[in-house]
Each structure stands twice: as C-alpha cells, then as structure tokens.
Ligand binder design. Structure first.
Ligand code: PEP
Length: 251
C-alpha cells in the first residue's frame, strides 16, 4: 500500500504560503513512492492547484448539500470546481466547534463522493474516553456511523481513507504510543472489513496527532499505519519534508 502523507493547514495560510506548497510539491517529486497532499484553507485551493503538479489538493470540510441558502458554507461541488481532489471530513475540530455528529459526517461523505472527491474521514477518542477504557468502542462507533454508503464498495480503497486522530494528541505535542496506534488501527481495520468486505483491506488508515520529523519514522513503520495526517508540521517545508522522506522509506 502506498503511504499517504497529508498536510492539514487548518485556518492557516495566505498566498505567501504558496511558496511552501511549491517546495512540498518538488519534494513529492523526489519521493515518487509516497502519495502527498495538502488541504489548505478553501481560499487557497484554486491558487494551490495552479501552483503544484505532483501533490493532491483538498478541502477541510464541505456542506451536506450540493448548493443552497447556507451563508458562509462551501459545497463539495464547489471544492471540486476549485480544483480539490479530496476532502477531510469529521475532523475533531469540526466535531467540537460545529457539533458535527457521525450522521452529519456520513451525509457530507456521500455528497462529497457524488461530487467526485475522495475522502479522509477522521475519528478519534478524547482523553477522558481513553482513560475510561472506551477508546476502541468510541472510535469503532465513529467508523460505523461516519462511513458513507459506496455505490461501488469494491472501489473503497480508491475513494476513502480513515485518519485515526486521538483528540488529545492533536496540536498538543503528545503523540500516541506506537503500540496503542497499532491496536487501534487493527480495530478500525476490523470495522472496515465488516462494513466493506474484502475491499476494506485496501482502505488506508492514517495516524494523526503531533506527527513530526522526530516521531514520523516509528509511527509510519508501525503495523497497519498507512500514512499520516499532519497539522502543525505541514506548515513549513522544513518540518514537513522529513515526514515525506520517512514515508518514502516505508514504501
Ligand atoms: C490535525 O489537525 O489533523 C493534526 C493531526 O494536527 P497536529 O499534527 O498539529 O497535531
């Protein structure tokens, strides 16, 4: 399975950041065994698309509807029209800040697929849930509840990736223990196989949460880790390129 390294710029980035994107694009060209992508703020999707040739470009969210009276929102059709090939859905910051439920994530996922986008669906437990021994149950329920119905389930590996992002590890500098990541990725894989049959084996499961140049190699080498969703460390080439290089060694 080709490793997939995705940078989530969140609400960071103005046109001056396109220089970073170009450098990341060149690095992707030097690591052809790795799928690299960036999800900039929606305002930069079009300019970034025009600035790069090797990497994927995606949105960070979309509405459940194709169009309509939803001031300030963005539809999957618009993301695709702006040049996106994928969209991140169900990020914990969206679940927290906008009250997104699994049912909403699933509805967004189905609209995004219909618009021709591929998906990165995020799941992850809070620290309280982990401390209560509920991490697997919570994440399993999020996978079950957020997965879209696929018109062609056999194509799941091409249409969908899951990002396991423990909420307590995002932007905190606290990275999950590799053993815990392995256990959770295996649990997610089981849910994918139950939902999608054999096609579930081809869905990449990314780890996200304070991935950086120092910890990337160990995480990416771990059993069942198909790549990384990277926030803070994707904002500069200096921080992001070593992560792409680490994935290249796992190719
Ligand atoms: C993320 O936002 O998906 C993320 C993993 O952020 P960070 O790498 O900054 O923890």
């Amino acid at each position: 399975m080709r490793p997939y390294i995705v940078g989530n710029w969140k609400m960071n980035g103005v046109k001056a950041m396109l220089a970073e994107a170009r450098a990341i694009d060149r690095a992707a060209g030097r690591n052809p065994g790795v799928d690299v992508a960036l999800a900039p703020p929606a305002t930069l999707i079009g300019p970034l698309r025009d600035a790069v040739t090797m990497i994927g470009v995606g949105g960070q969210d979309c509405h459940t509807a194709e169009k309509g009276a939803h001031t300030g929102d963005m539809s999957a059709v618009m993301l695709a029209d702006a040049g996106a090939d994928f969209v991140i859905l169900g990020h914990s910051e969206r679940r927290r800040d906008h009250g997104e439920t699994d049912a909403v994530v699933k509805a967004k996922a189905e609209t995004a697929l219909a618009a021709g986008l591929t998906l990165i669906v995020c799941v992850g437990e809070t620290l309280a849930e982990r401390d209560a021994g509920q991490a697997e149950a919570i994440v399993g329920a999020q996978v079950d509840g957020s997965l879209p119905v696929l018109a062609d389930p056999a194509s799941a590996g091409l249409r969908l990736a899951i990002a396991y992002e423990p909420v307590w590890a995002i932007g905190t500098g606290r990275v999950a223990a590799v053993e815990d990541v392995v256990v959770m990725h295996a649990a997610i894989r089981e849910r994918l196989m139950a939902a999608l049959g054999e096609a579930g084996a081809a869905v990449r499961i990314l780890y996200g949460g304070s991935v950086n140049a120092e910890n990337a190699a160990a995480l990416l080498a771990a059993e069942g880790v198909g790549g990384a969703l990277v926030g803070g460390a994707s904002l500069t080439t200096e921080a992001f390129l070593p992560i792409i290089a680490a994935a290249s060694h796992e190719d």
